[in-house]
Structures are given as structure tokens and as C-alpha cells.
Write a protein that binds this ligand. Structure first.
Ligand SMILES: *Cc1c(COP(=O)(O)O)cnc(C)c1O
Length: 439
């Protein structure tokens, strides 16, 4: 029965569904995972197999799947109010969540603008920067600075910031003018020199610097020195240019602290959060702004921010996001993750000794390594061979090109974490040994 049901789903899917970041020609011949339910760090396929969710389902299920408190909060809210516009209307969750967010945010962030997902959280920050300067005496500030290898999402605006050629090149000719600096992951001193030079020469044209603090996720879990973040804050202040920190991936404990900014006590002008924001249950996001930014939109009617989404402040999402913050506090999520952070760091350090593995690295609940020997870049294949091996062994380890990584739920059990890392090691060893035999 189950087998037939599964086959039917796959047939319908292949007939009707276009998948994200997926080569559909190839997909038609593949046997996809068909997930029926999920619990904690485990995904259950219709065929009865269990897979450890090595990447928290694209980095969102920070508290694991089906957290009982989140399910309860969602059900309770659904009985009361599923949606209402936030234009001149409010509700309990939007208000209480706003307070809770500002309390845990880096100091100086005093207001919350609700958005739909990571892309729109950053898009909002870009548009608000442009409008801020336009109506506060600096109308020439229309350009952005970002980092090579950056990923800030999928709208045409934020795509213009992106520095991953495979994601960005076809869409590059959009309205947003962006200069990309050498990434601090590649060369810290050069990156800072370029930043300083651009700001010195062109600050009257630059609206904001946009960064993923501490780690460029989509570029391949590239980690950089926290020192860059501190220096970027200082330079942006000196030239009075906004600093936008995209914490869509790094927020909610992914790097071991609530925010990556907390590692250097940096307060940006805009902080964008999504992914773990609702515990990965619903798409909802927020952009936190400083008092100065907020005040730049006060005054007459025309000065209002011309922006908003149908689902801004959605009561279901807001109820979840509120409950997520309570869970982080009451269940001491970060404290309990600390030993797992150490376990991941030790494990990836030990991968140094495996033939064919380069540059093993870890930060918080992120561990990654590069596979040597095949073409680099997003479309390379060794990572997918590891994916296939891991799938056979019961783990979902979607690679980024030749980068194999884990970003498990912060709440993953010790047993599941050990098993996940063991599967990663076996799969990598299998693939690199096979490559050596071929060579
Ligand atoms: C995933 C991601 C985004 C985009 O978020 P979506 O919710 O997919 O729109 C933006 N920035 C960073 C750093 C991300 O990792």
C-alpha cells in the first residue's frame, strides 16, 4: 500500500512540480526522498526509511521538526486568528514579538519590520536604506557594497548583491548597483583595504555595506575572522554608511550565539533574520532597525516607508516566532548546544587526516569540509557522490558543490549527532577512496 502511494506521489510530482535549484532533466530519472513526517532531527520517508536531517531542511529547523511547543502554539493561534493585515491594524503577537526581539537584539536595534522570508528581509533593508538617504539629505547614496561569494536571497534586488556566479550572472542587469569586495574568507587584509578605499573615495554614493556576518553559507560554509565584522562596523560609522547584517542563516544560535554579531558585540543599522525565526515551521521573517533608521521615516505622510507584504506580521508566524524565543530562553537551547558545538569542532578537526579532504572547519553548529580533486564550484560532482552514499546510510547531506557540511538542529540528540557525523565520515571516505582508485 505504502509503496503504491509513494509511487503515485513521485509520478504526480514528476508530472507537475518544478523544483528549486534542481536540474529537472536529471531529476526525472532520480528517486527523490518522499518525506511523510519528521520528528526532531529525523525525516521519515514513505518507504519506512529514516534519514537524519543533516542540514535542518535548508537551515531552518533550528529546533528540530515537530517541536511539541511549536505545534501547540500553532494550533492555539489557528483557533484564534490566522491572518489580518498589519497596515494600520495590529494584534497581540506582532506587538509582543516586537518587544521580545528588540530585547534580545544587539543594542541599538529598536524597531521591527516584519517580512516574509530571508530574501524579503534583506530586500526591505535595501529599499529602506535607499529611501532613508533619499529623504534625509543624501540622495546620491544609491549603491551598495557586498562581498564576493555573498548570498542574500532570490529577489532581483538582493540577487544583484550576490557573488556566486552560478546564481547571479543571468540576473545581474537589475536596477541595484553593487560593488563586490574581496571576501575576508579569501584575504582578510585585502578585503579590509578595499572596503576602506571604497568608503573613502565613494561614501557619498554608497547607501550600505551588506554582509553575512562570520560565515558565507551558500558560498560553501566559508568562515571568516570576526575581526572583519568589527572593522566593518568602525569603517561604516566613520563614513556614515549603513551596515546591513544578513543573519538569515547565522541567527538563532547557528554560530553558537544568538546572533553572529554577538561574537564581536557589533550592532548593525539593519539586522535581517528568517530561517530559524519561526523554528522553521512557517515562512516569516523580520528586519530589525536602529532608532535612527526608524526616525528617518517619521514626519509627513510622503516620508512613510513605501513597502509591505500581504503577510507582514502574520499572526500564525508571529505566534511561532514568539514561542521560539521562549523556548530558547526556558529550554536553555544555546547552553545545551555548547557540548554539541565542541563535538562538531573536534570531529571536523579529525577529518584533517582523511585523504582527499581539505580545509575542514567548524563554527557553532556548522561543520564543513572541501573534497579535493574535482572541479570546484556549485555544479561539481564529488559532493553529490557523498550525498548518495549518505542517503544509503540514512542521512540527508545535501552538498554545496564539493563542500560537504552539516548544520543540524541545535536540539539534535547526542546519539543522532554521533550517527550523522559517522555517516559523513564513512561517505566521504568511500567517495575519496573510489576517486583514488580511478586516478
Ligand atoms: C537563505 C538565505 C537567504 C534567503 O532566505 P529565503 O528565506 O530563502 O528567502 C538570505 N540570506 C542568507 C544569508 C541566507 O542564507
Amino acid at each position: 500500500m505504502k509503496k503504491q502511494e509513494r509511487e503515485k506521489i513521485v509520478a504526480l510530482d514528476k508530472r507537475y512540480v518544478w523544483h528549486p535549484y534542481t536540474a529537472m532533466q536529471e531529476y526525472r530519472d532520480s528517486d527523490p526522498l518522499v518525506i511523510e513526517r519528521a520528528q526532531g532531527a529525523q525525516l521519515f520517508d514513505f518507504d519506512g526509511k529514516v534519514y537524519l536531517d543533516g542540514n535542518s531542511s535548508w537551515w531552518v529547523s533550528t529546533l528540530g521538526h515537530a517541536h511539541p511547543r511549536l505545534i501547540a502554539a500553532l494550533k492555539k493561534q489557528a483557533d484564534e486568528l490566522c491572518h489580518v493585515s498589519l497596515a494600520g491594524v495590529t494584534h497581540r503577537n506582532a506587538a509582543e514579538l516586537g518587544e521580545a526581539l528588540c530585547k534580545i537584539a544587539p543594542p541599538g536595534l529598536s524597531h521591527v519590520f516584519y517580512t516574509d522570508d530571508g530574501s524579503t528581509a534583506v530586500e526591505m533593508a535595501l529599499k529602506a536604506s535607499l529611501q532613508y538617504w533619499a529623504q534625509n539629505g543624501r540622495p546620491a547614496r544609491k549603491e551598495f557594497l557586498a562581498l564576493e561569494g555573498a548570498f542574500h536571497g532570490e529577489t532581483l534586488g538582493v540577487t544583484a548583491l550576490g557573488g556566486i556566479a552560478a546564481f547571479h550572472d543571468v540576473f545581474a542587469a537589475s536596477a541595484v548597483h553593487c560593488t563586490r569586495l574581496t571576501s575576508p574568507c579569501v584575504a582578510l587584509a585585502k578585503s579590509l583595504e578595499e572596503l576602506e578605499a571604497h568608503l573613502r573615495r565613494r561614501h557619498e554614493r554608497i547607501a550600505a555595506l551588506v554582509v553575512e556576518p562570520l560565515v558565507q553559507g551558500a558560498a560553501g560554509m566559508r568562515i571568516y575572522a570576526a575581526e572583519f565584522l568589527r572593522a566593518a562596523r568602525t569603517l561604516c560609522e566613520r563614513y556614515d554608511v549603513f551596515l546591513i547584517c544578513d543573519e538569515v542563516f547565522t541567527g538563532y544560535g547557528r554560530t553558537g550565539k544568538q546572533w553572529a554579531c554577538d561574537h564581536e558585540n557589533v550592532s548593525p543599522d539593519f539586522l535581517c533574520t528568517a530561517k530559524g525565526f519561526t523554528g522553521g515551521v512557517l515562512p516569516m521573517a523580520a528586519t530589525l532597525v536602529s532608532e535612527r533608521v526608524y526616525e528617518g521615516f517619521l514626519g509627513t505622510k510622503e516620508r512613510a516607508f513605501h513597502y509591505g507584504h500581504s503577510f507582514c506580521g502574520n499572526p500564525l508566524g508571529a505566534a511561532l516566532a514568539r514561542e521560539v524565543l521562549r523556548i530558547f530562553d526556558e529550554e536553555a537551547i544555546l547552553e545545551h548546544a555548547a557540548p554539541k558545538v565542541r563535538r562538531i569542532a573536534e570531529f571536523f578537526e579529525s577529518m584533517q587526516d582523511v585523504d582527499g579532504v581539505l580545509n575542514p572547519r567548524a563554527l557553532g553548529m556548522i561543520g564543513a569540509l572541501d573534497l579535493e580533486g574535482s572541479a570546484t564550484g556549485y555544479l561539481a560532482h564529488a559532493g553529490w557522490e557523498v550525498y548518495a552514499e549518505a542517503r544509503r546510510r540514512g542521512a540527508y547531506l545535501r552538498p554545496l558543490g564539493n563542500v560537504v557540511y552539516v548544520t543540524p538542529p541545535l536540539t539534535i540528540s547526542d546519539t543522532d549527532l554521533s550517527r550523522l557525523l559517522e555517516i559523513l565520515r564513512e561517505s566521504v571516505e568511500q567517495v575519496t577512496a573510489r576517486a583514488r582508485r580511478k586516478a
